[in-house]
Design a protein around this ligand. Structure first.
Ligand code: LMR
Length: 390
């Protein structure tokens, strides 16, 4: 029997397990053979293999292995060429001198570093979409924000027209997570006008560039706000677009009115990074830089991302057709419209729990599915099981 000992930890706060990775852990501990994991947003191939190394990444790594001579520290805000290449990927090739950029540890640390900066210097309140990626709320809460919500995807402008002037608003630049529903180019243009009138401050989360309509098309919102002269923030992730999940490759950008304050911004962001993780890791950013800068590798990567995008679109369509066939419309409907990895099934928590407990089918919170996790092997089982829990 364990003895009760006095410990300084007996009063530590009990915090909930992570909403997405927590369910993933439950999946890993499930011993049923028929189990299906539709939780975390990682790319899954038709044969069920997940987060595979892209051929372009493999070639870049071989080149890095052959030519690298040092593992020295990078500058506090990362590899300059990587940042420039990322800036151009997001904003296009033009004069970008009024944008400050830094390399980060995936998109999450870009969000957190920017959150700390915004909270200290700009605003104590942030507006986030409801629903949004589960971790958004945690990140901004940890950074001591007062969090307000606007419902999504309907009536976005009507709601933002009513919030206080100068508010900071978190926007998903593409492939909204979890709904998969994006604003059209026309919608973004309309929204930009609301932002201009009310001097709202856009904070873009850009985690899926290339999986919506295309690499260039998915940058539309950020480029449009740049062209219209807005100041804004961007947190960018390469986890999905280069299948570099565990390498933690990301970047943050601060778009300013002109380049006069870029150096002061740099010192601010550098001091936040230095006191957090000192400086970012080399390897993943080196891979991305090499691919973006080398025409042959870049061409390969663009094809790879196109292939992944199509797989998502096809999976969404087939899933929707199978649902329509198997389940009467008045009981359950699933829209074949949407972008990227995710869709919401619109099931209740009770129905999701039944899918998990009775059928070994694991969904992320709010009955979100990773569409690439649906394969020819499991899709019929998933559809039949949904029909059973309805
Ligand atoms: C997801 O939403 O599943 C991904 O962004 C992975 C994560 O970090 O939650």
């Amino acid at each position: 029997m364990k003895q009760e000992v006095s410990t300084i930890f007996s009063t530590i706060t009990d915090v909930p397990t992570d909403a997405i990775f927590g369910i993933n852990d439950l999946f890993l501990n499930d011993s049923r053979r028929e189990k299906v994991n539709l939780t975390v947003g990682i790319f899954i191939e038709e044969d069920g293999k997940s987060a595979q190394i892209l051929p372009s990444v493999r070639l870049a790594e071989e080149e890095i292995l052959r030519t690298s001579e040092t593992k020295n520290y990078l500058p506090i805000d990362g590899d300059l060429e990587y940042i420039q290449a990322t800036k151009e990927l997001i904003f296009g090739k033009k004069d970008l001198s009024r944008i400050y950029g830094a390399q980060t540890i995936g998109g999450t640390s870009a969000l957190r570093i920017l959150a700390d900066f915004v909270r200290r210097e700009i605003s104590k309140t942030i507006y986030i979409s409801d629903p949004t990626w589960e971790n958004h709320e945690n990140i901004f809460r940890r950074a001591n924000f007062n969090i307000q919500k606007y419902s999504y995807p309907d009536h976005v402008y009507e709601q933002l027209e009513k919030i206080p002037d100068h508010s900071v608003v978190l926007l998903h630049a593409m492939c909204h997570n979890p709904t998969g529903k994006d604003l059209s180019f026309k919608d973004w243009e309309k929204l930009e006008i609301v932002f201009k009138q009310k001097q709202l401050i856009p904070f873009f989360d850009s985690a899926y560039q290339g999986f919506g309509k295309g690499i260039e098309e998915d940058a539309f919102a950020m480029r449009h706000f740049l062209e219209k002269g807005h100041e804004c923030f961007v947190a960018h992730s390469y986890s999905k677009s280069f299948s570099l999940y565990g390498e933690r490759v990301g970047a943050l950008f601060v778009v300013m009115k002109n380049d006069l304050l870029v150096d002061r911004m740099k010192r601010n962001i550098r001091s936040l990074i230095r006191t957090n993780y000192s400086n970012p890791p080399r390897h993943g950013a080196h891979i991305v830089k090499l691919i973006l800068q080398t025409p042959k590798l870049r061409f390969m990567w663009e094809k790879e991302i196109e292939f992944a995008r199509k797989r998502m679109q096809i999976s969404r369509k087939i899933f929707s057709e199978k649902i329509q066939k198997a389940i009467p419309k008045n009981k359950f409907s699933f829209s074949s419209e949407g972008n990227g990895f995710f869709a919401l099934l619109g099931l209740t928590d009770e129905q999701s729990n039944r899918l998990r407990i009775e059928f070994g089918i694991y969904l992320a919170p709010r009955a979100r599915v990773n569409l690439t996790a649906l394969t020819t092997k499991n899709i019929d089982y998933v559809v039949e099981s949904i029909a059973k829990v309805l």
